[in-house]
Design a protein around this ligand. Structure first.
Ligand SMILES: Cc1cc2nc3c(=O)[nH]c(=O)nc-3n(C[C@H](O)[C@H](O)[C@H](O)COP(=O)(O)OP(=O)(O)OC[C@H]3O[C@@H](n4cnc5c(N)ncnc54)[C@H](O)[C@@H]3O)c2cc1C
Length: 480
């Protein structure tokens, strides 16, 4: 077996790895992308895209069921589970196909299909023993689902994000373990599609929300439509003849055993680095076995190894993986002339309904770095004009700014159109805008963004103690 010599080897052909390849190729022609599993990326195959396709079907069902308050009667709604999953598969395959086309565009000699690990900092080995000698390496191996011991013996009745989208039809019932982002998105979608869902979380978190008042609000709202215990007490989860039996303490304080068709493990994801034998590289590793690295350059210590995407465990989101991949690939290509790349304002969105969004600094970070030095403005969407018109008047938005400088620092939202409002706010954070500069921007009428303006006005008032009268419900009157 002949060994391979390259300038840059990239481990993993996901979003980060493909970004790294394109960036490294601008610096050198000698680049090899190594992929151990199916091409197509986690995002397209079993992450962002199939989950959003399922959520879109759920949203259609929800809207059909809730048309009556508008005077529209939609009779005889039924959900064809096989057709729902067929569309998820069809569209998912289309997205995967687009990724595969970009993989095909990489010259054959720049691709290797193999699982690899480090023999030393500049040598990778395949399971068959082929060696790759690389002057520089980018680790872009992504993340894998974490399975708590209680769930491991459930066999084919245990689902993860890697299997749930391959179901031929919708199950009748689903026990979701984990009330984080992934668990809440899929639980609500399944519930709206007619699946009997119960969510068992640990530690009280819901969809990554930080603000305690927002967390309580979300807890109550989700519980109106499906069972959610974010601090569940579980005795056992066992395989049965038809699925799984969950023995848990219910909200009335009684222990009960309940059967479900499937269990979904939404219990977190860990960086996929354990098989890389990173101990052979001499790099300093953290508790999770991830190399210590510079977030602006992707470089691990002073080495010729770079890291990007979920493997870095920094911010496991698609746009961050793409940015990190680009930075790590470019620097691996130009090493030792390393340069910091663009890191954007923090932005995270959860596609529940209402959506959750976090922008800039979250409450925990504000209390760490700006304790006693930041002001809060907020708005409830319950009486917000446009939200009432659309009958999506649930939730709240909180916005944060620094006393003295008036600098806008961040926001958290559980409410309508959060995916759009969060972008406006992230752009404001990145542009380092003050609250008064944001209030100088145009706001149309009637739009959900008028709710944002109300929150910003309250924030401005709290920064300056102005005598401004903040109108919380009516956007049609004077003073808009
Ligand atoms: C259900 C779900 C929903 C999500 N929704 C969103 C969303 O709405 N928005 C958002 O921004 N993000 C979302 N994400 C997160 C997003 O998908 C990830 O952040 C992103 O895909 C990570 O890309 P990556 O390149 O780091 O990893 P991946 O795309 O997973 O690529 C890593 C690759 O490395 C390969 N590999 C691993 N080890 C080796 C080895 N030793 N040798 C060779 N190859 C190896 C793997 O096979 C894999 O192909 C979601 C994730 C999930 C699971």
């Amino acid at each position: 077996m002949t060994s391979i010599q390259v300038d840059v080897a990239i481990i993993g052909a996901g979003t980060a790895g493909m970004g790294a390849y394109l960036a490294a190729r601008k610096q050198t022609d000698s680049v090899l992308v190594i992929e151990g599993r199916a091409y197509g990326t986690t995002c397209a195959r079993n992450g962002c895209m199939p989950s959003k396709l399922l959520i879109a079907a759920a949203q259609a069902a929800h809207q059909a069921r809730h048309a009556a308050p508008f005077g529209i009667n939609v009779a005889g709604i039924s959900i064809d589970g096989a057709a729902v999953m067929a569309r998820v598969t069809r569209e998912r395959n289309r997205f995967v196909g687009l990724v595969l086309a970009s993989v095909e565009a990489i010259p054959k000699e720049s691709r290797l299909k193999a699982m690899v690990h480090f023999q030393d900092a500049n040598t990778l080995a395949t399971e068959q023993g082929q060696l790759i000698h690389a002057k520089r390496v980018v680790i872009a191996t992504g993340s894998i689902p974490v399975l708590p011991p209680m769930l491991r013996a459930l066999g084919t009745h245990l689902l993860t994000n890697e299997s749930i989208f391959d179901l031929p039809s919708l199950p009748k019932s689903l026990a979701v373990f984990g009330s984080g982002v992934l668990g809440m998105e899929l639980a609500q979608a399944m519930s709206r599609l007619g699946v009997s869902v119960k969510v068992f979380g640990i530690g009280g978190g819901i969809a990554g929300i930080h603000d305690p008042e927002m967390l309580d609000y979300a807890d109550n709202l989700f519980n109106e439509t499906f069972y959610l215990d974010a601090s569940a007490q579980l005795e056992s989860v066992k395989k049965s003849t038809t699925g799984v039996d969950v023995h848990y303490l219910n909200k009335d304080g009684a222990w009960q055993t309940e059967p479900f068709d499937y269990a979904l493990a939404a219990t977190g994801r860990a960086p996929d680095v354990a098989r890389l034998a990173l101990e052979n590289t001499g790099l300093a590793l953290n508790d999770l076995g991830v190399p210590l690295f510079d977030r602006d350059t992707g470089q691990c210590g002073n080495s010729s190894i770079f890291i990007a995407g979920d493997a870095s465990n920094e911010i496991p989101l698609l746009h961050e993986a793409a940015d990190q991949g680009h930075i790590a690939g470019e620097n691996a290509g130009r090493h030792p002339d390393i340069r910091p790349g663009l890191r954007r304002a923090p932005l995270a969105i959860v596609f529940t309904d209402p959506q959750v969004a976090s922008v800039g600094l979250n409450l925990k970070q504000l209390n760490q770095h700006f304790k006693g030095r930041f002001a809060v403005g907020q708005v409830s969407f319950e009486n917000q004009g446009r939200s009432r018109v659309l009958l999506c008047n649930k939730g709240m938005l909180k916005v944060y700014a620094e006393h003295g400088s008036d600098m806008f620092l961040g926001a958290e939202m559980f409410g309508p159109a959060a995916e759009h409002i969060a972008h406006l706010l992230a752009w404001a954070v990145q542009a380092r805008m003050t609250v008064s500069q944001m209030l100088d921007m145009p706001f149309y009428h009637p739009v959900i963004e008028e709710g944002l303006r109300t929150a910003l006005r309250e924030l401005n008032h709290n920064l300056h103690n102005t005598s401004e009268n903040i109108e919380h419900s009516m956007d049609c009157g004077p003073g808009t």
